[in-house]
Design a protein around this ligand. Structure first.
Ligand code: NAD
Length: 497
């Protein structure tokens, strides 16, 4: 069985823990490898390596950091398909979708090839007689990234390129379900000229996460995952004195107004509901129809769902791969049972789908519910699978109120041809990322990504300018060079220049 080990100080090491976790190919249901689950001592080795590397790396010239990022960008670009294949093998998503994921990570690397511009400070000359004031932004030290299974290449890349380009050193704790893309990228980073110890990976579970939260040499934690764990990381990280950004789960609504282009809306609902088998934090899980929109939209959605090809991610023509584990598939199935019990109308049922030659794969077919009410568990919970709900409302105002009352606030969208209605949505909706006739509003790397409410804990969205701020701290300097006029002792606050 292939062993996946930690990456510490520029080499793969098994660590001292005997604990191992299984990695599956979700399309076949077979275990393909084993990942080391770190002990507290393993975490300490990784943090110590990063701590030691920080003393040198923080002084490395900006131009050198940029050159390494350019080289890393070239290597990731040249190995895009290799990374995507690793990703599909452990996550299950289609190879096209995996290539898209790597591309979105690559864009963050491209963003930080310009890091010298992004960390510029401010300067004010002569704020008082002979006195100048200026700011600089400095790295904060060893920073940690803890990431989810659903974007095993992209989400770590939301973090470590920005942290490292700004002069920090990094310890990544990837999802224990699909760690291989990060392993591959660690070696590429080394080939790009990154000094050993600047980027490290520890694999593991709660033991590793808790050791990272408590480690005195960790300055900051970036987390992306489910809401309960995000809240746990934020509270405990803050208690341990660390800077924390923790992005959580989601329940994303797409409002369809009666004047919308129904073909466009149906394409969007199916793409955003079933892409990556619904295992995206920005997946649409509830379509909120206003007035008579549902009667015109649902047949078009059904038609598109009927044509979807479910199959292994590597197979030509597959549009939707399997779910991540058998347990997760059973959990999704349980939600469909509950939806039926609670009285929603099951329009399309993905339970028990058969994929030829892949009887043991973790497949689940596209599922559609109509007449979903806000008190049903298929509405309240993040299902994280290919289950789309339709909630029918009479008035636009009710749709806005429904979304604003939801505890999550990651992404949302409105489909309409009315500019005024779209503008009202943009203004009143209490969600961090808003699409207007765009179902998955994920900003490119020169903006920042982040939801509101229970979809984020901490002040800073991730990557982009907010990422640069999260990974640096401001120092303000007020300087006066000696001049012949010495003013003597003055205990008062200055009142004039
Ligand atoms: P998860 O919360 O189960 O795991 C995320 C990370 O936390 C993993 O590295 C895992 O090892 C660790 N972890 C799990 N349980 C832990 C515990 N009890 N104590 C300490 N650490 C623990 O999430 P997941 O299932 O891997 O990913 C899916 C979730 O991530 C969904 O809720 C999805 O919405 C969310 N997500 C959010 C975003 C976003 O940007 N807001 C992006 C991607 C995924």
């Amino acid at each position: 069985m292939q062993q996946i080990n930690h990456w510490i100080n520029g080499q793969f090491v098994p660590g001292d823990s005997q604990r191992r976790g299984p990695i599956y190919n979700p399309a076949t249901g077979q275990q393909t490898s084993e990942v080391a689950l770190a002990s507290v001592a393993d975490v300490d080795s990784a943090v110590s390596a990063a701590r030691e590397a920080f003393d040198t790396w923080r002084h490395s010239p900006l131009t050198r950091r940029q050159n390494i990022m350019f080289a890393f960008r070239e290597l990731v670009l040249n190995h895009k398909l290799d990374i995507a294949k690793l990703l599909t093998a452990e996550h299950g998503k289609t190879i096209d979708d995996a290539l898209g994921e790597v591309q979105r990570g690559l864009e963050v690397i491209e963003f930080v090839t310009n890091i010298a511009h992004l960390v510029k400070g401010e300067f004010s000359e002569q704020v008082s007689t002979g006195v100048d004031t200026y700011t600089i932004r400095q790295p904060i030290g060893v920073v940690v990234g803890i990431t989810p299974f659903n974007f095993p290449a992209m989400v770590p890349m939301w973090m470590y390129p920005v942290a490292i380009a700004t002069g920090n050193t990094f310890v990544l704790k990837p999802s224990e379900k699909d760690p291989s893309p990060s392993q591959f990228c660690a070696e590429l980073f080394q080939k790009a000229g990154l000094p050993d110890g600047v980027f490290n990976i520890v694999h593991g579970d709660k033991v590793a996460v808790d050791a990272l939260i408590e480690h005195p040499d960790v300055a900051a934690i970036s987390f992306v995952g489910s809401t309960p764990i995000a809240q746990y990381i934020h509270e405990n990280g803050a208690k341990a004195g660390k800077r924390v950004q923790a992005l959580g789960g989601a329940k994303n609504h797409m409002v369809v107004l009666p004047d919308a282009d129904m073909d466009l809306a149906a394409d969007a609902a199916v793409s955003a509901g079933f892409g990556s088998a619904g295992e995206r934090c920005m997946a649409i899980s509830v379509v909120v129809t206003v007035g008579d929109a549902a009667d015109r939209l649902i047949p078009k959605v059904q038609e598109r769902m009927d044509a979807l090809e479910v199959g292994p991610g590597m197979a030509e023509g597959s549009q939707m791969g399997p779910l991540i584990t058998a347990q997760h598939r059973d959990k999704v199935s349980g939600y469909v049972d509950a939806g039926e019990r609670e009285g929603a109308t099951l329009v399309a049922d993905g339970r028990g789908i058969a994929v030829e030659g892949h009887a043991d794969g973790f497949f689940f077919g596209p599922t559609l519910f109509d007449n979903v009410k806000p008190e049903m568990s298929i509405y309240t919970d993040e299902i994280f699978g290919p289950v789309l709900s339709v909630t029918r409302l009479e008035r636009y105002e009710d749709a806005i109120n429904l979304i604003n009352a939801n505890p999550y606030g990651n992404g949302t969208a409105v489909f309409t041809n009315d500019g005024g209605a779209a503008r009202k949505f943009q203004n009143e909706i209490e969600v961090g990322m808003v699409g207007i006739n765009v179902p998955i509003p994920v900003p490119l790397a020169f903006y920042s990504f982040g939801g509101w409410k229970a979809s984020i804990f901490g002040d800073h969205p991730i990557y982009g300018p907010e990422g640069v701020h999260f990974y640096t701290r401001q120092k303000v300097i007020i300087s006066r060079w000696p001049d012949p006029i010495h003013r003597g002792v003055d205990l008062g606050f200055p009142q004039h220049g």
